[in-house]
Design a protein around this ligand. Structure first.
Ligand code: PMV
Length: 351
């Protein structure tokens, strides 16, 4: 159990703020769900995507992360929901902290304590909230001064989709151009405008909260390398993005839903055509998709989107969310309704 509580205010006040041993910071971030998907990297090391993507940050399933610098430690340690992280999970966190340390000119190790309220690895964007919270807390703990775009670039290095969770409501992650430093600098997220009249909700049908068999990283790589549908989807996604931006500004929920649904189904088509195929969608997913079609036939604006997992997120008007939830409840284990939520932020003033 690695849970650490922040040093009491009096203890940290007694030490100069520049002393690394006294530094710690807590941050909270929420997941985001892409309406225009990120699927495929042009640079795996720098986490540079092939296409732009656009998402809605949620007001549910926050991740809270505390980072404390430990001058005496030889290794980083991390706990996820109170359980000590090992293996690949710890490796990813350490690699991320190495980036922060390199920028801060520090070699001090850290103790990370993170609390997730979203099932991990089930296509419910736990890595987005996780790395957005870690980036925010670690940047503060190591004394990095970053603007929002800089924080988004940093979060991107942990998990691409985390670049968008830095921002509230709707965010666009620019793929950027080029490779190396040019690619790194040009690839970050920023807020995009949406009309207040949009009044969107996302009804999340958790059909299976178990961890996925194929990671999104592996699945993306296989899709980009082997799927004959990848190029056409990436090209059509560029048009989808332009249409989506104007639908958001108009507050046209019908258009937002239609574009989001076609973009997500197209992304899954690219995976189904990969060799061998990657299939995240389960029979329960298809049942929920049928319910969404039926809702539309009954005159309710409801559109589905799915990520690297079997769970379905149904975009609808806030006023219809309870009816949509009722329509999918028997096909899903858990149903949670989300609204546009806040961006990542430091807690307790940060240090
Ligand atoms: O969680 P990541 O950063 O490995 O990417 C997952 C990508 C999708 O969730 C499937 C789509 C998206 O844009 O979030």
């Amino acid at each position: 159990m690695l849970s650490d509580t922040p040093a009491p205010a009096s203890a940290s006040a007694a030490r100069p703020l520049t002393a690394p041993a006294a530094r710690g910071a807590s941050a909270v971030a929420h997941p985001n769900i892409a309406l225009i998907k990120y699927w495929g990297k042009r640079d795996e090391q720098l986490m540079l995507p092939v296409t732009d993507s656009l998402s809605m940050t949620l007001d549910v399933f926050p991740t809270t992360t505390h980072v404390r610098l430990d001058q005496d430690a030889a290794e980083d340690r991390a706990a996820l929901n109170g359980e000590e992280a090992t293996g690949e999970t710890l490796r990813r966190i350490t690699a991320f902290l190495d980036l922060v340390r390199a920028r801060a000119g520090s070699s001090v190790r850290a103790v990370v304590d993170t609390r997730n309220t979203v099932p991990t690895g089930a296509g419910l964007a736990s890595s987005a909230s996780g790395f957005a919270a870690l980036a925010t807390a670690a940047a503060a703990a190591y004394g990095l001064r970053l603007d929002a775009a800089g924080l988004s670039r940093l979060a991107r290095r942990g998990s691409g989709s985390a670049s968008r969770s830095v921002f509230s409501s709707f965010a666009l992650w620019h793929a950027g151009t080029g490779t190396g430093e040019e690619g790194d600098t040009s690839s970050y997220a920023e807020p995009v405008p949406a009309a207040d009249s949009l009044d969107a909700a996302l009804v999340i049908a958790v059909v299976n909260a178990g961890e996925k068999a194929v990671s999104s990283r592996q699945a993306m790589r296989r899709t980009v390398e082997t799927s004959p549908l990848y190029g056409p989807w990436a090209a059509s996604s560029r048009d989808d993005l332009a249409d989506m931006r104007s639908a958001l500004v108009r507050g046209d929920l019908k258009a937002v839903g239609e574009i989001a649904e076609r973009n997500a189904l197209g992304m899954h088509a690219t995976m189904l055509a990969a060799r061998p195929a990657v299939r995240y969608l389960s029979p329960a997913t298809v049942t929920v998709l049928d319910r969404v079609l039926k809702l539309r036939q009954d005159g309710v604006l409801a559109y589905a989107t799915m990520d690297a997992g079997p769970n379905v997120k149904v975009l609808c008007r806030r006023a219809d969310a309870a009816d949509v939830a009722d329509a999918v409840r028997d096909a899903a284990g858990t149903v949670v309704t989300a609204r546009p939520g806040p961006g990542a932020r430091l807690l307790d003033g940060g240090v």
